[in-house]
Design a protein around this ligand. Structure first.
Ligand code: FES
Ligand SMILES: [Fe+2]
Length: 446
């Protein structure tokens, strides 16, 4: 249960809003590098409620800027991307990726003033298979994010995106809501259906875990735990990381290098990015005969891309067709939800939440339970951070020290029930990351 005022602080991301301003202090994913080719058509994108164009110039550099030409505000979406910059189609003014004006061809030579006009261009960087943009006010942008999954070699990383018709926080909260896994995704799977040696079976044997939650330098963390074999617990750890990262628990801790991002396009649309090491071991994807669990794949079909602000990475299974739900599969018990694909199952749930404004749930209607403790502390942490930033400009530690993210890893393991949960976590993290970086060790072993 949350007041509408608090809900507004959490959900509004436009310029000048508390959460929007906090998010602008971080680097934000804008698109994928392969979506932009040199001298190709400029692409419309939306981020934090701002309409932008993205393009790659003749030298391969990426520009992301306000789509309005600084001359008389015609959209530079219609512009010509050529010879090292974008030229507005209205009067031919030309700008480079940094927003510098290179040409004002409709003006007499002695009336030109290129030094006094600039397109509103943002700083851009490529990292981990993603194009990032810094939309904040600092002259020198903060350091780039430093999650483990952003330093994966290009041929061993998976980067998937898809768009959601809902507010960013609904999307994020789905990724820190652990107990739904045993229902929405694998509710039709019985313990005897899976490999008797996989530790992940404990998540099926007992679908009512208990929880520990904690605030951290990078955001919040929790574990859901339940008894395993005598003397042990089966732990599932996960994290929220400012401003919109989730490190989900859905796999084996020792190799679970991954993150899910819920990037606000505007108040009611979100682009999710799933980043992962291709060699990670995910939890419960196959039955013991090796066949896939019905519906539990990452496969996604997309609608054709359009040039609309929100026209990219839209799923075929969507609100308009009830996510292609198969009621027969559902009633026969082969699939708990009847919806195919883990991403689509999550999508149906988080997009179906409603409020007075489409795409933003009314959280005053909720009844949170013990299974939602992580969601509750994450909301508190987000509201506190947005308000502190609004009041005196203070910021979460990860803006200037992104390496703190290396303390966060999601995933499952078994540990003694005599050991404190945080001690168990840090012991497992140290085992996974030392004596040298996990990835280096993995590569050395091959
Ligand atoms: S509006 Fe763009 S050059 Fe005039
Ligand atoms: Fe899910």
């Amino acid at each position: 249960m949350l007041t509408m005022d608090s809900n507004d602080i959490l959900t509004r991301v436009g310029s000048g809003t508390p959460m929007g301003e906090l998010m602008r202090e971080y680097w934000i994913p804008a698109c994928l590098p392969q979506e932009l080719a040199p001298d190709a058509t400029p692409m419309r994108i939306k981020l934090l409620g701002e309409k932008l164009i993205a393009f790659r110039d003749s030298a391969g550099r990426i520009g992301i800027m306000d789509h309005r030409c600084p001359h008389r505000c015609a959209s530079m979406f219609f512009g010509r991307n050529e010879e090292g910059g974008i030229r507005c189609a209205y009067h031919g003014w030309k700008f480079d990726v940094d927003g510098n004006c290179l040409d004002q061809p409709n003006l007499p030579e002695d009336a030109r003033f290129p030094d006094r006009v600039k397109a509103k261009a943002y700083k851009v960087a490529e990292l981990g298979g993603i194009v990032w943009v810094y939309m904040g006010k600092r002259k020198v942008a903060p350091p780039l994010p430093a999650l483990e999954c952003l330093s994966l070699p290009a041929d061993e990383r998976m980067v998937l995106c898809h768009q959601r018709d809902c507010n960013w926080l609904q999307s994020l909260e789905g990724d820190i809501d652990t107990s739904h896994f045993g229902f929405l995704h694998v509710g039709s799977v019985k313990t005897e259906d899976v490999d008797p040696d996989t530790m992940h079976r404990w998540g099926l044997i007992n679908r009512t875990p208990r929880y520990h939650v904690k605030e951290t330098d990078w955001g919040t963390m929790y574990t859901a735990y339940r008894p395993a074999d005598p003397g042990n617990y089966f732990y599932r750890f996960a994290h929220f990381m400012f401003p919109f990262f989730a490190l989900v628990p859905d796999g084996t801790f020792s190799n679970m290098i991954q993150a899910t991002l819920s990037v606000p396009l505007d108040d009611s649309h979100t682009m999710t990015y799933n980043l992962a090491w291709t060699k990670r071991e995910q939890a419960l994807r196959t039955l013991k005969d090796g066949s896939p669990i019905p519906g539990a794949s990452l496969a996604r079909d997309f609608l054709p891309t359009t040039t609309d602000w929100l026209g990219r990475w839209r799923l075929k299974a969507n609100r308009g067709n009830d996510y292609l739900i198969d009621r027969e599969e559902q009633s026969a018990g082969r699939s708990y939800s009847g919806i195919k694909g883990i991403g689509q199952q999550d999508q149906a749930m988080v997009e179906s939440m409603e409020g007075p404004e489409e795409g933003i749930v009314d959280r005053s209607f909720e009844h949170l339970a013990v299974s939602d403790r992580m969601i509750a502390i994450t909301r508190r942490r987000l509201i506190a951070a947005a308000q502190a930033h609004q009041k005196d400009g203070s910021l979460p530690a990860t803006v200037d020290r992104p390496e703190l993210a290396r303390g966060a890893r999601g995933g499952s393991f078994i540990a003694s029930d005599k050991v404190d949960w945080l001690d168990a976590y840090y012991a497992e993290l140290t085992r996974a990351q030392s004596p040298m970086d996990f990835l280096q060790r993995a590569q050395a072993a091959e």
